[in-house]
Design a protein around this ligand. Structure first.
Ligand code: GH3
Ligand code: MG
Ligand code: MG
Length: 487
């Protein structure tokens, strides 16, 4: 540890200390023979804590509809482990909020972040089916506790950094630059000193990739890391980069796909008001929560609208082929593009243009051409997922929107589509067989380092790639970025 800070910590007389009740509860936590009655007795000694317990037991975290009137009942409902974690969450929060009053960091913004991380860590754990979700709550809550320590040992210098409201990573690097150490290591040191279980202390280092790997961290630590990114993105939700980074981390560290991830956000938002109230921390205003709910719901809502066909009164379908029409395409493309940009989800878009289609008309007649168009649409649609959008863009040009699909999967899908279009003998008047081939241009947004600035820019790229596919001899796929078509 940085010597200067280590000295300050050693001689600091104003470091937050553990409240008596927390010390006894940590002892209970470290003793495998602890029983529920012992915990209930400790909690009952502290009337404020006991009152919290009764409220937690009926909160949405535990979804209990049983009226709980005694601390013993509450403890048995929460289980030994749950009760210990809840007791520590409250007693530590309470004592810190009372003790660290004189310091300079904006304490409300600290606790706001702590509560968001705690709840997010817990909800992530539930989503992943982890058993120790109460521990996750406490781990999320305490992961940035080192901030309060830095604030006590170096009040003026530290507040200067903290009150800039940087996101988690930026804060850590600003600390390292100024003090040679980050609040993550200091928190880790403090929780060890307090003899909290090792995995709780380790949660302070969750955001540090190297420490996480070196310490042989569990899924729990990764949940805590992602919870901290979620807190960043909820507190700075107008910043699309932060949101995109969070979704990426959830994917990278926990393998959470976009739908699961938006469920997590939805759930956090739904429970947040009550938890914030329990901890007496005004986390976000009601209107903030409302707008966040809208963002988290965007995707689901869009999907539902797709299914019920109510998208803003558009007539969605092309009369000849039954594919989606251009107007519908434009609306959906814009929404999917915005969602992908905000959350960092990949979005692949392809444009398909049938080859030498004029010749089909000239050879077999216009009605035969129509029949081929219908048959091509049917062939493609039968191979798509429910959320994919296949729209007729113009005459014999189609656009395929593939939400959440990275480039390599899109290439595989399009190769299959290209082959099946070419191999289907499109029937006309029951007997005439017509075959056609397709040229395809493809681009992926928010994948492999490619990010377009607008739908126009993206569709232009797709169109350019299609043109390159035609020029290269037709019946092939060109990928934006992979060839010399980027001018
Ligand atoms: P390529 O794309 O390979 O360069 O050649 P192409 O012959 O397909 O050229 P282009 O895309 O310029 O021509 C499109 C043709 O598609 C012209 C038009 O007659 C035909 N077409 C457009 N819409 C329809 C339609 O609704 N029904 C029929 N039968 N033909 C259509
Ligand atoms: Mg064309
Ligand atoms: Mg054509």
């Amino acid at each position: 540890m940085n010597e200067n800070i280590a000295d300050r910590l050693r001689y600091c007389t104003t470091l937050p200390s553990l409240p008596a009740v927390a010390i006894r509860i940590i002892d209970l936590a470290n003793n495998p023979d602890t029983n529920m009655a012992q915990i209930a007795d400790q909690v009952a000694l502290d009337p404020a804590l006991a009152a919290k317990f009764l409220r937690v037991a009926v909160s949405p975290l535990f979804r209990s509809r049983r009226a709980t009137t005694s601390v013993r009942q509450a403890v048995s409902l929460l289980g030994t482990h749950g009760a210990i974690m809840i007791a520590l969450s409250f007693s530590l929060t309470q004592s810190f909020r009372n003790q660290v009053k004189g310091a300079n960091v904006d304490s409300l913004s600290f606790w706001r972040r702590a509560i968001l991380s705690a709840l997010s860590a817990r909800v992530l754990g539930e989503k992943l089916g982890l058993k120790r979700v109460d521990e996750l709550f406490l781990a999320g809550l305490l992961q940035d506790i080192g901030i309060l320590v830095m604030d006590v040992v170096a009040p003026d210098e530290y507040a200067e950094i903290f009150n800039q409201e940087l996101d988690g990573d930026a804060l850590l690097s600003a600390e390292r630059e100024k003090f040679g150490i980050g609040h993550d290591e200091i928190g880790h040191w403090l929780l060890q000193k307090w003899k909290l279980p090792k995995y709780l202390a380790l949660s302070c280092l969750a955001r540090n990739d190297q420490a996480r790997q070196a310490e042989d961290a569990t899924n729990m630590t990764s949940c805590v890391a992602v919870s901290s990114y979620i807190a960043d993105s909820l507190l700075r939700h107008e910043d699309a980069d932060v949101a995109a980074n969070t979704a990426r981390k959830a994917q990278e560290l926990l393998g959470l796909e976009q739908n699961d991830f938006s469920n997590v956000l939805e759930k956090v938002m739904a429970i947040l008001p009550e938890i914030a109230d329990l901890f007496d921390v005004p986390v976000l205003s009601t209107s903030d929560i409302a707008s966040l709910m809208v963002e988290a719901n965007d995707l689901q809502l869009l999907r539902n609208l797709n299914k019920s066909g109510e998208l803003e009164g558009y007539s969605q379908r092309d009369a000849l082929t039954g594919a989606h029409n251009r107007g519908y395409h434009d609306t959906v493309f814009q929404r999917e593009f915005d969602l992908a940009t905000r959350h960092g989800w990949p979005l692949s878009v392809a444009m398909l243009d049938l080859d030498h289609f004029k010749a089909v008309n000239d050879t077999f007649g216009h009605p035969a051409g129509d029949a081929v168009l219908i048959s091509v649409v049917r062939t493609v649609q039968s191979q798509l997922r429910p959320d994919d959008i296949f729209a007729r863009y113009g005459g014999e040009e189609f656009v395929l929107i593939l939400p959440g699909m990275p480039l390599d999967s899109a290439v595989r899908l399009l190769l299959r589509l290209k082959e099946s279009i070419a191999s289907v003998p499109h029937l006309y008047q029951g007997s005439r067989q017509i075959t056609v081939t397709t040229s395809i241009g493809l681009a992926a947004h928010m994948d492999q380092g490619v990010q377009f600035s607008s739908t126009e820019e993206m569709i232009h790229a797709v169109d350019k790639s299609l043109y390159a596919a035609k020029k290269a001899g037709r019946n092939q796929i060109e990928i934006w970025g992979a060839v010399s078509n980027q001018k």
